[in-house]
Design a protein around this ligand. Sequence first.
Ligand code: GLC
Ligand code: GLC
Length: 810
Amino acid sequence: MQYGFFDDKNREYVITTPKTPLPWINYLGNKDFFSLVSNTCGGYSFYKDAKLLRLTRYRYNNVPYDNNGKYFYIKDGETVWNPGWQPVKTELDSYECRHGIGYSKFTSVKNDVKASVLTFVPMSDTCEISHVELTNNSSSEKKLQLFSYVEWCLWNADDDMKNFQRNLSTGEVEIVDSTIFHKTEYRERRNHYAIYSVNTKVDAVDTSRDAFLGAYNGPDHPDAVFAGKLTNSVASGWSPIAAHQIDITLAPGETKTFNFILGYVENPEDQKWESHGIINKKPANEMLARYQSDADVDKAFAELSAYWDNLLSIYHVKSSNEKVDRMVNIWNQYQCMVTFNMSRSASYYESGIGRGMGFRDSCQDLLGFVHLIPDRARERIIDIASTQFQDGSAYHQYQPLTKKGNSDIGSGFNDDPLWLIAGTSAYIRETGDMSILDETVPFDNDMSVATPLMNHLKRSFDYIVNHKGPHDLPLIGRADWNDCLNLNCFSAHPGESFQTFGPSEGPVAESVFIAGMFVKYGEEYAQLCELKGDSAEAERARAEVKKMYDAVCTAGWDGEWFVRAYDAHSNKVGSHECKEGQIYIEPQGFCVLAGIGVKEGLAEKALKSVKERLDTKYGVMILQPAYTEYHLELGEVSSYPPGYKENAGIFCHNNPWVSIAETVLGHGDRAFEIYKKTCPAYVEEISDIHCTEPYVYSQMVAGRDAKFFGQGKNSWLTGTAAWTFVNISQYILGIYPTHKGLSVDPCVPAGFGDFELVRKYRGATYNISVKTNGAQKGIQKLIVNGNEINGTVIPYDPSVKEYTVEAIMG
Ligand code: GLC
Ligand code: GLC
C-alpha cells in the first residue's frame, strides 16, 4: 500500500493523506539554519547545532505522535483547521504534502477555502520562510482569520527539557508591530535572539503560551484561536511563544498571500543593545526587509532550485529503469546532503541532544557527498581530523557548534582512525587536491601539537599496526563499526553504557572487520604515500597490508565465511562453532570489497554463505541465528530482541557492502538484487509494512526473527545513504574516481539495458554512454573523444573540458 507517489519531474514525493504510518519528514536548510518538517507540519528549527541553539520546541516521546511544529490555524466561521491537518485534526476536504528538495509544500482545502504553505530556508539567510496563500473558492465573500504559532525553545534543548526551576523564570520577548523577538538569556551570556514575523499588519499577537492555549490545553485546542481573538500577552518567564492573528476578508475567487519569517539573528558583542534593555534589531529588520514581497520569496525559492539543479547535474543517469534514475538523480543524493549536514544529530529518531557529529559516521557520510561540494567536504575532513589524538585514536563524537570532542563517550572505537583515511582518499580522488595533505591540523583541537594532515593519516594507519591481538588481527577496543559488539565491557547492570563500561580496551578481543578495513584503506593510504613521493612509506604500508591479508585468510576464516571477531577470551564470534550469531554480514561484505580471498576462492564462498544464511526478501540480515540470550561477553548486540537492530535486523548500512562485494566478483545480477531490496523506490509499494518514508533509507528494517518483519526504523540519518550512493554510482553504474582519472567499469544485471550518464569531475563534463550487450561486467572497448583507450580509466587531462565516452561491455 502507498500513501503517495513520486513526482520526478518536480523532484518531489507527494503525500496524499496526513495519516501516514509514521511522520514522514523533510529537511530544510543547507548550511547553518535547519528545520525538520513533517507531513503534518510538525518539526523544529535550529541554528548550526540542534542541541545548543534550538529555536523552537518539539516534544519527542510524546503522544499523539509528532507533537509541536510550526502551525497555521484557519478560522472560518466555527470551523478551525490546519493546512497540515495537525494539530486540530479537522477532517479536510483535500490534503496534499509535497516534500521537495529543501522545501515542503502543503495544499489543503476546507469549506471552499484553499490554503497552501510553501516552506523553505533561503540560500543566504538564517531563516525559514513560510509563504501562505489563502484562496476563497466559494461564490460568496469569506471572513477568515489566520493564526500562526511557534513555541520557543530556550536555546539549549537539553537544559530546556530538564531545568524547570530556572527556565520557567527566564523567558523574555519584545514585540514590535508584526515581529516577535525571542530574547531569553540575551541579557547575560548570549548575543543572539530569534524572530517570528509576518509581512503584514497583524490584528493581535500572543507571546505567552498559557494565554494562547488556555490552561490544560494543547495546540490542538488553543482557546484564543477558538475564541477568534489573541490576547496580546507579553511573556514573562514560563513558556514564551509567538503567535499572530490576521483577520482577512476574501471576495469570491480572491487570493491573499503572507510571508512568515522565522529567523535567527546574532549581534556583535559591542552592538547588542539599541538602548538599555532593548535589543539591537537592525540585523533582524534588514533580514526581514529582504522577504517582504511575493517576488522576493519567488526569487529566493528560484535560487534554492537553481542551487539544487546545479548539484544534481554533477552525477545524472538516464537508464531504462525509472526507479534507479529517481534514486540516483534525486533522493539518494539529497539524503547524502542531509546526512552530511546532520551526521546522526537531529531526526525524528535522533533527538538532537544526544550524539553530535560521529567521527566514523561523518567520514562515511563524506563518501556520498564529496562530489557535490568538495570544499565543504574538505573543511569537514579538517574538523574531524582535529579531534584525533596523537596516538591516532580519536574522539568518537564531537559537537557541531564547538567542534570539540565529546569526552563522555571518549575514544577507543578502533575502526574510527581508518575512516579518516577513507574520507580523505575519497576527497583527493574526487578533486585531485593534494594540498589538503599539507594542511596543518591539531590533535584534540590543540594547535601546539598540530601537524600536516598526511601525518594524521599515518597515525591512523599506525594505530592499527600498533594495536593487534593474539591472532595478529586488530584489537577491537570498545567496538568497531558495530557499536553493539562490546567485547571488553561485560556490563551486567542496567544504566551502564554498553560501550564505555568496564575495562573496554582489552588486549585480546580482535575484529576481522577492522582487518578488512585495514586492507582496503591501508592500500588507499599507500597510494597517497606514493603520490606524495614517499615510496618507502608506501612499501612499508603495503607490507603491513599483506600481513593483515594473510591473518584474515587464516585466523579470520571459518571454513565457509569470514569470522567476525575474537572475544576477550579469544573465542570466535561469528563462527559455526558458536551457538548463536554464527555468521555476521560485516566481514563478508568488507573483506570481499577489499579484495580479500578473491583469488583464493574464499570470497565466492563467503558471499554464497551470505545468500544462504542471511538473505531475506527485505534485505540481508546483519547476523544469524539471532541471539536469544544475553551474552555478557558480547554486550549490546545480544541485548536487542531477535530481529531488531544489531541483533539480526536488516541493518541497511552494510547491505551495500555486500552488493559492492558482489560487483568485485562480477555478479551484476546479485549486486542489483541486493540493491533493490532496501531501495526506497522499490519499497514504496509496501509502505504499510515498511512504515518509514518511501523516499529515503532507514537505518534498520526488522529482520526475519522480529514480530514486525520488514518494518523500517530510524529513517534519514544513516550511513546507508552514502554507502548506497557509492554502490550504485561507483560500482553498479561503475563510474569510479581514481587518482588518475575517472574509471568506467559498470557491473549491472544482465537485462539492465544501455544507459547514459553525465558526470562532472575536476572541472570537466563527461558524457558517457554505456552499451551493455547483456553483459554483467567487463569493458570490451572504451572510446574517449573518438579514440579507443586501454583499460577503464580515462586519464585526467586538465586541458580537456568535455569528454564523450562510449563504453562497450561484453
Ligand atoms: C549507527 C551508528 C554507526 C554504527 C552503526 C552500527 O548507525 O551511527 O556509527 O556504525 O549504528 O552499530
Ligand atoms: C548505534 C547502534 C545502536 C546502539 C548505539 C549505541 O547507533 O545502532 O543500536 O544502541 O549505537 O551508541
